[in-house]
Design a protein around this ligand. Sequence first.
Ligand SMILES: *[C@@H]1O[C@H](CO)[C@@H](O)[C@H](O)[C@H]1NC(C)=O
Ligand SMILES: *[C@@H]1O[C@H](CO)[C@@H](O)[C@H](O)[C@H]1NC(C)=O
Ligand SMILES: *[C@@H]1O[C@H](CO)[C@@H](O)[C@H](O)[C@H]1NC(C)=O
Ligand SMILES: *[C@@H]1O[C@H](CO)[C@@H](O)[C@H](O)[C@H]1NC(C)=O
Ligand SMILES: *[C@@H]1O[C@H](CO)[C@@H](O)[C@H](O)[C@H]1NC(C)=O
Ligand SMILES: *[C@@H]1O[C@H](CO)[C@@H](O)[C@H](O)[C@H]1NC(C)=O
Ligand SMILES: *[C@@H]1O[C@H](CO)[C@@H](O)[C@H](O)[C@H]1NC(C)=O
Ligand SMILES: *[C@@H]1O[C@H](CO)[C@@H](O)[C@H](O)[C@H]1NC(C)=O
Ligand SMILES: *[C@@H]1O[C@H](CO)[C@@H](O)[C@H](O)[C@H]1NC(C)=O
Length: 835
Amino acid sequence: MGNPPFFFTFSCFVFLLGSLLSLATDTITPATLIGDGEKLVSSSQIFELGFFSPGKSKYKYLGIWYKQVPDTVVWVANRNSPIVDSNAVLTIGNNGNLVLLNQTDGIIWSSNLSREVKNPVAQLLDTGNLVLREKFSSNTSEGSYLWQSFDCPSDTLLIGMKMGWDLKTGRERYLTSWRTADDPSPGNFTFRLEIRVLPHLCIYNGSVKLSCTGPWNGLAFGADPTNTSYLFRPIVEQKEDEIIYRYESYSSRILMMLKINPSGDVQRLIWHEMSTGWQVFFTAPNNFCQLYGYCGANSVCSVDDTANCECLKGFKLKLQNNQTWPRECVRSHSSDCITRERFIKFDDIKLPYLVDVSLNESMNLKECEAECLKNCTCRAYANSKVTGGGSGCLMWFGDLIDIRKITGYNNGQPIYVRVPDSEPGDKKLLWIFVILVLPVALLPGFFIFCRWRRKHKEKETTMESSQDLLKFDIYMSVATRTNEPSEGDGDAKGTRRDSVLPCFSLASVSAATENFSMQCKLGEGGFGPVYKGKLLNGQEVAVKRLSSQSGQGLKEFKNEMMLIAKLQHRNLVRLMGCCVEQGEKILIYEYMPNKSLNFFLFDPSRTHLLGWQTRVKIIEGIAQGLLYLHQYSRLRIIHRDLKASNILLDSDMNPKISDFGMARMFCGDELQGNTKRVVGTYGYMSPEYALDGLFSVKSDVFSFGVLLLETLTSKRNTGVYDIESFNLLGHAWNLWKDNRAYELLSPALQHEASYQMLNRYITVALLCVQEKAADRPTMSKVVSMITNEHATLPYPKQSAFSYARRGEKISFLPSSRVSEACSVNGVTLSLISPR
Ligand SMILES: *[C@@H]1O[C@H](CO)[C@@H](O)[C@H](O)[C@H]1NC(C)=O
Ligand SMILES: *[C@@H]1O[C@H](CO)[C@@H](O)[C@H](O)[C@H]1NC(C)=O
Ligand SMILES: *[C@@H]1O[C@H](CO)[C@@H](O)[C@H](O)[C@H]1NC(C)=O
Ligand SMILES: *[C@@H]1O[C@H](CO)[C@@H](O)[C@H](O)[C@H]1NC(C)=O
Ligand SMILES: *[C@@H]1O[C@H](CO)[C@@H](O)[C@H](O)[C@H]1NC(C)=O
Ligand SMILES: *[C@@H]1O[C@H](CO)[C@@H](O)[C@H](O)[C@H]1NC(C)=O
Ligand SMILES: *[C@@H]1O[C@H](CO)[C@@H](O)[C@H](O)[C@H]1NC(C)=O
Ligand SMILES: *[C@@H]1O[C@H](CO)[C@@H](O)[C@H](O)[C@H]1NC(C)=O
Ligand SMILES: *[C@@H]1O[C@H](CO)[C@@H](O)[C@H](O)[C@H]1NC(C)=O
């Protein structure tokens, strides 16, 4: 300070220079101000710091964002104190703190250091970290920062940031969602590293746990379904003074961030030079099973097409006040250690939440089993680490909570659950009674009934009054024969039968499904559970119990069903009857023994059962069924939820589309029963629907294109197959344009398939998934293209595989826009089932 005049001019000069070059600088000194419109830019032009107004907000905030990708704010300083005018400045205050000042030098926000700093300088680093340090310190290691923005995370975890616990100060670093997309103030959702014996990552809604990963197993948070090891590496570090989570990317060409949205979804977003915006690599929770404890205690949640809850072996569903929800499974045998018990191994489930557990890291699996068996309250055990072939002993006491099936990649952390050695065998007698005694007893009455029926048949014009489902078989065999429809003439052959949709008594439907028992449950569709029903002659039917508290009147509902029942095509599942009684709405369908297409396609143990010819047959069948819905049926149905799990397979592997017409029946608020917090199967949704809610036959064509690719390749659209594209469509496009479409097939199929045919199918699929609906062919074009070998095919435009442009949300809450669309044109609703 020996030469004040010089110092003054010097700092003036620096100040002027600083203002002039503010676009190029990455540092702030006490003499520099960053005002509205000015920016700090990190040295490699990756991040920028400045003032911004999110969305429609009229307030200003100081934030850091990616320079290359628009609208991606990763950090906000003054989340709680918005700036109301354009006069705020960022500078370094007298005590060396980084401060945001208003017009009258009032402090809006401060880095809030308690200790004095001599020569402070703040710098925006290429990692997105804004750091405050001593100017002349030669020590540039991370620990030497006086303050850093990485220590105060907003809603985004960047590479290099840490989440977790400082054990010395007890301080926790975690992500907090924005309140809304326009308001960065802290919202209700947080994403934290929770230490409960072992570290987990959990999303909280206020203080309520919304979703958790499995415990850290040395490699990953158990049950991470995606093998992400080629993109990034998750890291948990447990040191004396801290336990933290962070991650590293393997590719410097890829930008990556983990973000918690205002709606509570945590997404991993990826951007690389070739993409037009952020790609959603991963969203959690993205199905019901990922909601914490969704199925209740001692129950496994599996995502087939939707969430399915199933009691663990040895447990049964407890009915509370005759309600099945909230669920809880209780031991089916009397008490611990009384019956003989053993452990069964589950390879494919996420470890239960660590509610009441013990951990001994020095025990091996064998000692663990012995220890668990000794203690009557021990319900399960597992290795705590998977590294080095597995080690450590985790034992669970009491109820097992938050268990879900993992599909696909699993990192090999089996759990052993205690079950009774054998189930009591008292059910057999009952069955003998049902199978042998009951039919004989009913026979006379049955014949009388049949004669009565025949007499009355002529009088039936509309809905029949309640019939007995158990005795439906005779009627049905007549009906199917007289009504076998031929392709493309749905209305032409209206026989007397097809104006009649039989209606069954609830009692008989209940009897056919063993009182809607869990054993009879086939699955949980978007509209409610589906059960297998058995008629007296052993014939099976599928019983769909619609889970809606309907706003639609019964009469309208029946009329709607009558219309749907008239849609008959060999590639549509037949609606055989219904039951509307005591507030229940139940639909009876023909039973499809081979389950659904996804049951075969995506299961590594079954996919080989689908040969090339079968796949061709399935594709052609789906195309015909869809063509009928779009073009030839009286109703012009848009399916809206076409996906592999909605394609059922009969005993000859003929495909039949199911759930068509459901959108017609379920307009309006009835959806909400099921879509409270559902995240879409966006893999099948056309961009105009996913982004703008627009729906037309062309959106079905898009879904068909996806289905076609999935059927040929046995790969899910939503998987990641190469580094350049983030789903199957992109992958297929890349290979196809290099003339390598062949590589999409498994080696076994490559031998079977004809090259021309495969190429034609892939081309048709790519035509179907073009971004613009107008470019996509109609179903009749599609059918002619896939059946006519000599058709010349147009050259597809690049597929619409970047739905998640600009990181847009793909999570659908029942928004007003959806219900609006529904009432406008009557048939615009899709049910989005989680997967
Ligand atoms: C600036 O901030 C101070 C203290 O927070 C406050 O009293 C003052 O009213 C603010 N001035 C303006 C113009 O907002
Ligand atoms: C600043 O720090 C002090 C103590 O270190 C604390 O009491 C105060 O709440 C902090 N202020 C802000 C705005 O964080
Ligand atoms: C730099 O600072 C850190 C933290 O204060 C310290 O641990 C480290 O030893 C210092 N390095 C040097 C070279 O002084
Ligand atoms: C946050 O939670 C409070 C109650 O805990 C609730 O009133 C408020 O609506 C919630 N806000 C959002 C955006 O969900
Ligand atoms: C979060 O909790 C609030 C009540 O505190 C509830 O209204 C809201 O639906 C919850 N949100 C989610 C996504 O669970
Ligand atoms: C996960 O992927 C990596 C790279 O693709 C591979 O090396 C590794 O074996 C895979 N791990 C498993 C368990 O499949
Ligand atoms: C449950 O239902 C049965 C028969 O339907 C009835 O007798 C019983 O009282 C019900 N229990 C409760 C708690 O509502
Ligand atoms: C952990 O297991 C080892 C080996 O069985 C045993 O010696 C040790 O006492 C156990 N530790 C605890 C805390 O139970
Ligand atoms: C079984 O384990 C629980 C929980 O660790 C413990 O409290 C209890 O004493 C154990 N019982 C026996 C018999 O070892």
